[in-house]
Design a protein around this ligand. Structure first.
Ligand code: HOZ
Length: 431
């Protein structure tokens, strides 16, 4: 692989952007490389500034379920550009997207659109507190719900990648009401809710955790959260920023048959443009301003370009057979990775839910953040670099998920598996 322009661009970026990037994980520090700068993308490929092509499993961290520059999405964006880019006033497109989301996810009886997943979760927490009149919230170690102050406790994603428990700049008092518990630990949540349930405004959870690598919920975990919140009058928030329209058209809640009080969305509903949303029961959403007193606003919220991209994406992915075909591809990939590692004698734990997957360098089960942290991070770096050199673009962190799009085909999936087999063999050699 050539490395010329990316290196130069990164040096230039370091002078004007902290760490040279606009989101920390992209700096690739934990995998011991500098980032490649992307020039353009198409289908399942990204092309860097040095002229290299990579098979892309980052997919802009989840939104690109149709691959890059899907013709219908580009057409919708181009058409709406003729109308303008932002009015700061309501449009028909906002209703269309809201109706599509509500039809797909029945627990979301009303939704409010914002500009990012962080805004969505931050607003959902405020709403839960405003609705219940309680301050305390529960989250889970290794789950990441964006970078709002209250939620930066034992968080996954970039926070886990950088190995920091919280963040300077977040006053103690801002997180004093946040309790972080082990993911998938039914006994602990039961005990805490028995003791404090009546003081808890909400439990927020990634129904499939995608920010500590991929960690699926164990049987009964999501059910117990539903039961306990119902019993104590607190609200259950499913953070489906990653899983919404990804693991199924109706999100993880349709897959596991749980109806949360509030859900948050992002990524796919923006079709690659900056969009987030939160929504839930009518009586809860009625507390949002101007219908109710809980304040939340945004100049660019619901802007027509992002709405058009989201609508066009949802129209494509709601076609019959879309998810079964996508899941088949993801299964081919994960089965291939698993068996190549086995053949090379490398211990891995590979998990998949729909088209999201994760690979940990540990032979033991990964059910929570503590388990995820047992993955050998040095081997992960070697794996990441080896894959990149072979034209495979993965998230540069053990604590992120891998995404397959409908633009990936068997030929490129098999190429990925062959690359992994080579890298696993090299890892074994070094071992
Ligand atoms: N932290 C997000 C992924 N879980 C976004 C990372 C990025 O965009 O760099």
């Amino acid at each position: 692989m050539k490395q010329t322009d990316s290196k130069k661009l990164f040096q230039q970026a370091l002078n004007v952007i902290p760490g040279g990037v606009n989101s920390p994980v992209r700096a690739c520090r934990s995998v011991g490389t500098d980032p490649v700068f992307i020039d353009h993308a198409f289908g399942c490929f990204v092309y860097d500034a040095d002229g290299n092509r990579y098979i892309d499993y980052v997919g802009s961290w989840g939104p690109m379920i149709l691959g890059h520059r899907h013709s219908q999405v580009i057409k919708a964006i181009s058409t709406v550009l003729e109308r303008g880019t932002s009015f700061g006033a309501p449009t028909d497109l906002e209703i269309e997207l809201a109706e599509m989301v509500i039809a797909a996810i029945p627990s979301m009886e009303m939704i409010r659109v914002v500009n990012s997943g962080t805004e969505a979760t931050m607003s959902a927490i405020r709403l839960a507190r405003g609705f219940t009149g309680r301050d305390r919230i529960i989250k889970f170690d290794g789950c990441y719900h964006g970078h709002a102050d209250t939620l930066l406790v034992q968080a996954g994603s970039g926070v886990a990648t950088l190995g920091i428990p919280g963040s300077p700049g977040v006053p103690e008092s801002f997180v004093a009401h946040t309790l972080s518990l082990p993911y998938n630990d039914i006994e602990t949540i039961q005990k805490v809710m028995d003791e404090q349930g009546e003081k808890i405004a909400c439990i927020i959870v990634e129904p499939v955790a995608g920010n500590m690598g991929l960690v699926a919920p164990v049987d009964g975990f999501l059910n117990i959260l539903r039961e306990l919140t119902e019993k104590t009058g607190s609200l259950l928030i499913f953070d489906e920023v990653m899983t919404g329209f990804r693991v199924a058209y109706g999100g993880a809640q349709s897959l596991y048959g749980i109806s949360p009080d509030i859900s948050t969305l992002g990524k796919i509903i923006g079709g690659g443009l900056p969009v987030g949303a939160y929504g839930g029961r009518q009586d809860i959403m009625g507390h949002i301003a101007p219908q109710g007193p809980v304040y939340q606003a945004g100049t660019l919220s619901g802007n027509p370009v992002a709405m058009a991209a989201g609508i066009a994406t949802l129209k494509e992915i709601r076609q019959p057979g879309f998810y079964s075909a996508l899941d088949e591809k993801a299964e081919r990939l994960t089965a291939g990775l698993r068996s190549s590692a086995e053949q090379a004698g490398i211990e891995v734990t590979v998990d998949r839910v729909g088209s999201m997957a994760g690979l940990f360098f540990t032979g033991s089960e990964v059910k929570n953040f503590e388990d995820a942290k047992k993955s050998d991070l040095e081997i992960f770096s070697t794996y990441y670099q080896g894959m990149l050199q072979r034209g495979i673009y993965l998230a540069p962190s053990q604590f992120e998920a891998l995404f397959v799009s409908s633009a990936h085909n068997n030929r490129y999936i098999d190429q990925t598996i062959r690359a992994a087999a080579e890298v696993f063999a090299k890892i074994k050699e070094i071992d």
